[in-house]
Write a protein that binds this ligand. Structure first.
Ligand code: ADP
Ligand code: MG
Length: 662
């Protein structure tokens, strides 16, 4: 008897996703079953855990399983579990909306990609989940009751704009999803999903490792038995009841999956496809992982770990509430997702399972964080992931490049957070450099190429490669053939300060501090010349420093410029303009350090200014000189991509000057 029936609308993003499903863009429609089984398996995991933690909960957990039920006449397929179930609000929340971040963006892209081949890949980035049922069904009914609750919920939709939701008095605990299947159509890759062989095949292919039994009642005739034997899927089926007598039709319930936890099996008995299927189950990512790591820890603390490095970054990699991808099991029992204690934040993209043997099933996140054994496991996992990437770097440059392109910016966070592994991380870092616009370089390669007499590793940070490359600071380095690393990820601004050295060589920003390029010989020969220059320019420098005192803290001659008249530099430990901008964008009020204006004494504008200044009485410099000083400072600011405080004043002075030259 129903107490309340309502028709509700899907959230806008959910509607879009459903549209894509109904007009199915993906040719491998079989995966809908994997999605339903995966949800059922999650629900069983959750119930198992809840019953362990909440002793008050009155539920029977003695036979947790998944049932597949076929009604050939009605053309329905039902996936039923006796797991955690959902409340009415859960159903509205979980089935009526898409909460995952980044989904809207993917949907937009998927729509743009008219080409059907491109779309599944995009959709695969977040997993299609429950909605994939609408690829094969024109109506879906869901009946569910939350463990511990008395009433149940019935949900139904044809995947258009709305769904009907109804409170019902009784429903078995758990969830049953019934698909009213579309007519079979092999042209459209739509098979008969009521056929036993087809169901077996899909379960075997996608869900074999699921830890709960997936059962199906089958009508057995001699013919059916022979058919089943033909199907390659037969091998895994474990007969649970009944025997076959030739010719007689018997009903028997079979378990279709082998339920073996892959991570517990010896490495040489697991093939790549099985690993990849588990990865898909864990990550909802349809592309194969870049790397699979299977490890075992013996001795005092036993554990098995199966880790995957994805081949592309997830959409929420930089989201505030970004999760870590490690599931914790204790002796095959699922304990928790997003196990932060087992993977540092900078490796949050690593997916996988850790099965620890000697932990309590009741263990809390807080206790885990402090558990010494867990910390030990974590250290080993981190070392293993880093060394795996290191091996990729030497053995498979192509895959290493993919890794670094996708995850480099995140891994570099580790240079700040994980001091113990700083060296191992520095070993796998690669960065852009002035040497080759197409190729990145490792720090090791850079050091190996350093010129004789070069003591420092030169780098410059900035917002883009172009800005850094064209910045005036680069001039003398380029003229002398020094390679400079170009760092443009936001995190670069921070780690270069923190790390300070690689292989004993200091990391030096070319936009900071004094630059003293050239060999010892060169220095000797240029020294007297420089002394003379200093004397010649001292009047101008003093005057400029006073004129521009609001803007800069010092004015000096530069040895880093060859063609530009001036540039701005910071003191060694000053925060860079890019970093300052980043902090401000995050709403933090950072001090604005004054910078140093460096002049190129050989530039006609600078030498001209000096002459003009000498002809004036130093203390009563004309307006024209003052304006030139402003222009000089403004140009230095613009050249590095900075913003003028008063652009209209700058352009007015410039326009006046240009007019005078005509
Ligand atoms: P995902 O599994 O990636 O979260 P789905 O679309 O497959 O996305 O499912 C959405 C949510 O609906 C699940 O996270 C889960 O909370 C809930 N759900 C789906 N199926 C079941 C089920 N059989 N039992 C309990 N909850 C379920
Ligand atoms: Mg799911």
């Amino acid at each position: 008897m129903s107490t309340r029936i309502e028709t509700l609308e899907f959230q806008a993003e959910a509607r879009q996703l459903l549209q894509l499903m109904v007009h199915s863009i993906y040719s491998d429609k079989d995966i809908f079953l994997r999605e339903l089984i995966s949800n059922a398996s999650d629900a069983l995991d959750k119930l198992r855990l809840e019953s362990l933690v909440d002793k008050e909960l009155q539920v029977d957990t003695s036979d947790l399983h998944i049932d597949l039920e076929v009604d050939r006449g009605a053309r329905t397929l039902t996936v039923r579990d006796n797991g955690i179930g959902m409340s009415r609000d859960d159903v509205v929340q979980l089935i009526g909306t898409i909460a995952k971040s980044g989904t809207a963006e993917v949907l937009r892209k998927a729509k743009e990609a008219k080409d059907a081949a491109a779309s599944p890949e995009l959709i695969g980035q977040f997993g299609v989940g429950f909605y994939s049922t609408f690829m094969v069904a024109d109506r879906v009914t869901l009946l569910t009751r939350r463990a511990g609750a008395s009433g149940g919920t019935r949900w139904e939709s044809s995947g258009e704009g709305t769904y009907v939701i109804e409170e019902i008095d009784d429903a078995p605990q758990g969830t049953a999803v019934t698909l009213h299947l579309k007519p079979e159509d092999t042209e459209d890759h739509l098979f008969d999903y009521t056929a036993e062989w087809k169901i077996r095949e899909i379960v075997k292919k996608y869900s074999d490792f699921i830890a709960w039994p997936i059962r199906m009642a089958t009508e057995r005739t001699a013919q059916a038995a022979a058919d089943a034997a033909d199907a390659a899927t037969e091998a895994a089926a474990t007969d649970e009841a009944g025997t076959n007598e030739a010719g007689a039709a018997t009903t028997e319930v079979q378990t279709l999956n082998s339920m073996k936890a892959l991570w517990a099996r010896p490495r040489d008995e697991v093939d790549q496809a099985e690993y990849h299927e588990l990865y898909r189950h864990l990550s909802h990512d349809w592309t194969d992982p870049l790397e699979t790591i299977h490890m075992k820890g013996e001795g005092l603390f036993e554990y098995e770990a199966l880790l995957f490095i994805p081949s592309h970054a997830p959409l929420d990699l930089f989201a505030q509430d970004g999760k870590r991808g490690i599931q914790l099991y204790v002796k095959r029992v699922f304990i928790m997702d997003d196990c932060q204690a087992l993977m540092p934040n900078y490796l949050r993209f690593v997916k996988g399972v850790v099965d620890a043997h000697d932990l309590s099933l009741n263990i809390s996140r807080e206790i885990l964080q402090q558990d010494r054994q867990i910390q030990l496991v974590r250290r080993r996992l981190v070392k293993k992931v880093l060394s795996t990437v290191r091996h990729l770097q030497t053995d498979d440059a192509e895959r290493y490049r993919t890794f670094w392109k996708e995850f480099g910016p995140v891994v570099k966070e580790g240079l700040l957070d994980d001091v113990d592994n700083q060296e191992a991380i520095l070993d796998i870092v690669s960065v852009a450099s002035t040497r080759d616009p197409e190729q990145t370089t490792t720090l090791r390669e850079y050091v190996d190429r350093m010129k004789d007499g070069q003591d420092d590793i030169y780098y410059m940070t900035g917002e883009s490669r172009l800005m850094v490359e064209k910045s005036p600071h680069m001039e003398a380095f380029q003229a002398r053939g020094y390679e400079v690393l170009i760092l443009t990820d936001p995190v670069d601004e921070v780690w270069v300060e923190r790390v300070a050295r690689f292989d004993g060589k200091p990391l030096r920003s070319i936009a900071k501090g004094q630059v003293d390029l050239g060999t010892a010989d060169e220095k000797d020969s240029t020294e007297p010349e420089r002394e003379q220059q200093k004397k010649d320019f001292s009047g101008l420098l003093t005057w400029l420093a006073r004129t521009l005192q609001e803007e800069v803290k010092e004015v000096r001659l530069s040895s880093r410029l060859t063609t530009s008249p001036a540039c701005l530099v910071g003191d060694t430990h000053d925060i860079t303009p890019t970093l300052e901008k980043m902090y401000r964008a995050m709403g933090q009020n950072v001090p604005h350090p004054k910078r140093i204006l460096e002049l190129n004494p050989t530039h006609p504008l600078v030498s001209g200014l000096r002459k003009a200044h000498e002809q004036q009485d130093a203390d009563a410099a004309s307006d024209v000189l003052g304006e030139t000083a402003e222009l000089l400072y403004g140009m230095a600011l613009l050249a590095e991509g900075g913003e003028l405080a008063d652009p209209s004043r700058f352009t007015r002075i410039l326009a006046d000057r240009l007019a005078n030259t005509l």
